[in-house]
Design a protein around this ligand. Structure first.
Ligand SMILES: Cc1cc2nc3c(=O)[nH]c(=O)nc-3n(C[C@H](O)[C@H](O)[C@H](O)COP(=O)(O)OP(=O)(O)OC[C@H]3O[C@@H](n4cnc5c(N)ncnc54)[C@H](O)[C@@H]3O)c2cc1C
Length: 416
């Protein structure tokens, strides 16, 4: 008999339990874990690769965009990790290129100091619910399938993977056709000081002029003063949460990387050689939770403020063409609030979604997806989860004055 699905009935050992179980160790997961631990909670962070930092390290997105919300744990991280770049005030923008290997090391040490139990090489597999209340997650580990139990679960996977598996409603991509922003494989080149032999592997492309390039433009930074060039110039359309799209992107992006490096070596970077290619193709956009509130383009354009503000940003609307076309929609905005409700699923209890997968339209997410904002959302989620546990209340009922007071104690500063 041919079947297109299987049912799995297995006894899965419980590996551990915690107050807060954070799934995903990117900007939002790191901040959520630290915030929860500082609120006196036992925190376990489950990360399916070998490193923390998410796209910032894994994806070699080693640049903080200019945003004026340098607050809370994000600000502390800059103060400790890149003190020379710390802006004077919270509202002053920060734009900084960093070394992803140093951030990886810093985050390992930081989470150890904060008493967060980090489990590397653990992939979320499935949500376990009793009625509509999250009670555990199944994970794939080096020892096989295990369960981790918790009071609150924080989905920081970037894909709302935990929420979707728990049955939460979600959207994906543009409202008109579901297409998401394209993927990019970031890489670095190093100035060797001597001419290098330009290298173009078989199967790659010969780019003659800027218009031939995948984004139709140059997009790189050389700000570290040590000859490190960070390149963001490949572009492959597709949804980074789909098996086939990712399979295609990983191969096509690498072709583009070698082709772009070859182009650069012939056009001003004759002494540069590839020094690092991100361990995975960078994914800008996949799934968005449908939460208790959905952030919209109108909220951004109107600079809307909300009584349940959880994070703020003034980063522009920044949409790399989902069609894979050589255009990027960039529009200035003055600054806006992101409400706490964007992280609260409408139907699942015991779960918050933080980071780029919060409830937001395609246009709104193009602005809020920046690392600084994801750190801020994660911190708010970690604190809110801790308050819910202490107050024996549902996540949706966390008193906002308590949240804001606790965030203030953790160094978060909201612009009025
Ligand atoms: C090419 C590119 C360029 C960008 N440029 C910039 C920029 O210049 N400046 C800027 O600030 N931002 C930039 N961004 C955006 C920013 O990097 C991301 O939006 C941000 O990192 C999202 O943070 P996050 O915590 O939501 O998720 P992520 O950073 O995606 O982290 C998610 C983490 O969850 C883990 N995970 C996923 N699934 C599972 C699972 N099943 N089990 C366990 N763990 C899991 C992942 O391994 C990862 O560590 C860029 C993004 C891309 C792709």
């Amino acid at each position: 008999m041919v079947t297109n699905h299987y049912e799995l009935h297995r006894q899965i050992p419980v590996y551990d339990r915690a107050d807060l179980v954070v799934i995903g160790g990117g900007p939002s997961g790191v901040a959520a874990a630290i915030a929860g631990a500082r609120h006196g909670k036992k925190v376990i962070l489950l990360e399916h690769t070998a490193q923390l930092g998410g796209m910032g390290t894994l994806g070699n997105v080693s640049i903080f965009m200019k945003v004026g919300n340098c607050t809370g744990i994000y600000r502390e991280l800059i103060a400790e990790f890149a003190s020379a770049h710390l802006p004077n005030g919270h509202e002053e923008g920060l734009e900084h290129q960093f070394n992803p290997f140093r951030l990886r090391y810093y985050l390992n040490e930081k989470l150890e100091r904060e008493h967060v139990k980090v489990c590397y090489h653990t992939s979320f597999v499935s949500s376990v619910l009793i009625e509509n209340q999250m009670s555990a997650v199944m994970i794939n580990t080096r020892e096989g399938l295990r369960a981790v139990e918790g009071a609150v679960f924080l989905d920081c996977t970037g894909d709302a993977r935990v929420a979707i598996d728990a049955g939460a409603a979600y959207t994906s991509g543009r409202e008109s056709d579901g297409m998401t922003q394209p993927m990019t494989l970031m890489f670095m080149m190093q100035n060797t000081g001597v001419p290098v032999q330009a290298y173009l592997p078989e199967g790659c492309y010969y780019y003659e002029k800027p218009e031939d390039l995948p984004q139709g433009r140059h997009l790189y930074w050389e700000r570290m003063g040590d000859g490190t060039l960070l390149v963001n110039m490949s572009r492959v359309k597709g949804n980074g949460a789909k098996i086939d799209d990712v399979n295609f992107a990983e191969k096509e992006c690498l072709r583009q990387v070698f082709s772009i490096a070859h182009y650069l070596q012939r056009n001003g970077f004759e002494t540069y050689t590839i020094s690092h290619v991100a361990s995975q193709t960078g994914v800008r956009e996949t799934n968005q939770l449908v939460g208790s509130y959905t952030l919209t383009e109108e909220d951004l354009m109107a600079g809307r403020r909300f009584p349940d503000v959880a994070a703020q940003t003034n980063y522009e609307i920044d949409i790399h063409s989902p069609d894979g076309a050589k255009v990027t929609d960039e529009r200035h905005i003055d600054g806006y609030d992101i409400p706490y409700r964007c992280m609260v699923p409408a139907s699942v209890e015991g779960l918050l979604v933080a980071g780029r997968a919060i409830s937001a339209t395609h246009v709104a997410m193009s602005s809020m997806r920046i690392q600084a904002t994801c750190y801020a959302l994660g911190q708010a989620a970690g604190v809110a989860a801790s308050i819910a546990i202490d107050s024996h209340c549902k996540l949706r009922d966390v008193p906002m004055e308590k949240l804001h007071e606790a965030l203030k104690k953790q160094g978060v500063h909201f612009v009025q």
